[in-house]
Ligand binder design. Structure first.
Ligand SMILES: Cc1ncc(COP(=O)(O)OP(=O)(O)O)c(N)n1
Ligand SMILES: Cc1ncsc1CCOP(=O)(O)O
Ligand SMILES: [Mg+2]
Length: 211
């Protein structure tokens, strides 16, 4: 049997006061495979402080801690890995720098980019956006055939991202996504982040059983 699909949590674009406690509660609420720190507009010092505060919370719970955009800082700070987009520097250099750690690569809606990332040594490829999202101005739209194709031909895990919620995730799980990456579905959940994690876990489990 294939490994089950799991939740990949990304931080909100701006960390609200008391975020560390919210994060701990969210991670204690259910299964989260990894946490990506994604602070697009923060200066390097602020990102460093966030890593120092949040990485122990994730790692104490066996949740891998990845840094968005900056492989050098990820290596320097001892993160479990980094996520890089197509504009985020030298992927091959990052692969060497993060030897033994996790490196994920954004591949938008492109089979070609996924093949290149796989050959380069990525630990996962990320496809999206699958649905409209207000978290990022997404220029690409991916569809489930990409997940089906990748799962058929590749051993490297794939991540689906973009507007994913408990209500719309089932087709992505059934198409073979190994991880579902979310921001809003957890941090904007009306009953709070812990409820968001529980809802995503339940939806993934239901879709996995039906797959
Ligand atoms: C898991 C995951 N997938 C895709 C992205 C997007 O990365 P990128 O294209 O570099 O865009 P930004 O996140 O940097 O705005 C991601 N961060 N995580
Ligand atoms: C970072 C990123 N890359 C493509 S869509 C997206 C945003 C994901 O956030 P949400 O889960 O709130 O749509
Ligand atoms: Mg990026």
């Amino acid at each position: 049997m294939d490994d089950p699909c799991r939740l990949y949590l990304i931080t909100p674009p701006v960390l609200p006061p008391g975020f560390a406690d919210q994060l701990a509660a969210a991670l204690d609420a259910g299964d989260v495979a990894c946490l990506q720190l994604r602070l697009k507009d923060a200066p390097r010092d602020e990102v460093k402080r966030a890593i120092e505060q949040l990485m122990p919370i994730a790692q104490a719970r066996d949740v891998a801690f990845l840094l968005n955009d900056d492989a050098i800082l990820a290596a320097e700070m001892g993160c479990d890995g980094a996520h890089l987009g197509q504009q985020d520097g030298d992927h091959a250099g990052a692969r060497m720098l993060l030897s033994g750690r996790i490196l994920g690569i954004t591949c938008h809606d492109s089979r070609h980019l996924a093949m290149v990332a796989g050959e380069m040594g990525a630990d996962y490829v990320a496809f999206g956006a699958f649905f409209p999202t207000s978290t990022k101005e997404a220029q690409y739209r991916a569809t489930t055939d990409l997940l089906e194709w990748w799962s058929e031909i590749a051993e490297i895990p794939c991540v689906a991202i973009g507007g994913i919620t408990a209500a719309n995730c089932a087709p992505l799980v059934r198409a073979g996504a190994d991880f579902l990456a979310v921001v809003g579905a957890v941090w904007n959940h009306p009953e709070g982040p812990a409820a968001g994690v529980r809802a995503m876990n339940a939806a993934i489990a239901a879709a996995s059983h039906a797959a």
